[in-house]
Design a protein. Sequence first.
Length: 296
Amino acid sequence: MKVSEELYPFLPHWQTLPNGHRMHYVDEGDRDAPAVLMLHGNPTWSFYWRRLIKALRPTHRVIAPDHIGCGKSDKPDDDTYSYRLGQRIDDIEYLVECLGLRDVTLALHDWGGMIGMGWAHRHPDLVARLVILNTAAFPMPATKRLPASLRMARDTKAGAVLVRGFNAFARGATRLAVTRTKLSKEIRDGLCAPYDSWDHRRAVLRFVQDIPLTESDPSFSSVREVGEHLSQFADRPSLICWGERDFVFDDHFLRVWESTLPEAQVHRFPDCGHYVLEDAPEEIEHLVRAFLGVAA
């Protein structure tokens, strides 16, 4: 896959997981500096964090993995990898253990929130701070319905063909998930670069199919457990940057975060969408640096 080295100038790092698959991750900054672990969602990869990585690496150790099936990581078939939430959490748990990370600031977006807080639920003593961008770590709020486009992708054969055969999910997101700005072709291509074939789009579809809506869904019990214990992090410094024009992670989700983390710093971006870090990069970089105590 080809990605602009100017946009994404990071050296690759690899961790072989217990299941034999290789996870790619960015590891920038001083190894002895405070750690920031950035976890992407679907259908992005560590490329989503590129500007924030550059902003923080002078003062922090910044780690941004690509989940299996995403980015530069291995893209196995379903016979050798489950593509379920529990496995995703196991992967991050192993990576953190191998890297020996402590006092971690978690930066979370989309599925990264559920994966990251799933790991945090297992290791609350390792979590120092939270940076939350349009994500969830709890079941769908009772007041919210899954949008029809996502339900189609999740539950129908036609949706699966659109996601894997036509790359409609990843390509569509580069236009629909930004509302303040219009992404350049170079950035759109960068976001979609790993998802260049039917086989390489497996994870994109599996993430959607793993959205837990009812108790019968495989990952629902894990999501519910994490959500029920989310208040254990109410004493951690937390920063929430929220694009209010996100048609999935909207105000219904933000209200849950605000009630669970009542001391969090909350910054709403009324004209920004789901890819809030693409819509408002300068503002969010400034907010995160201030939150982490980095001098302007």
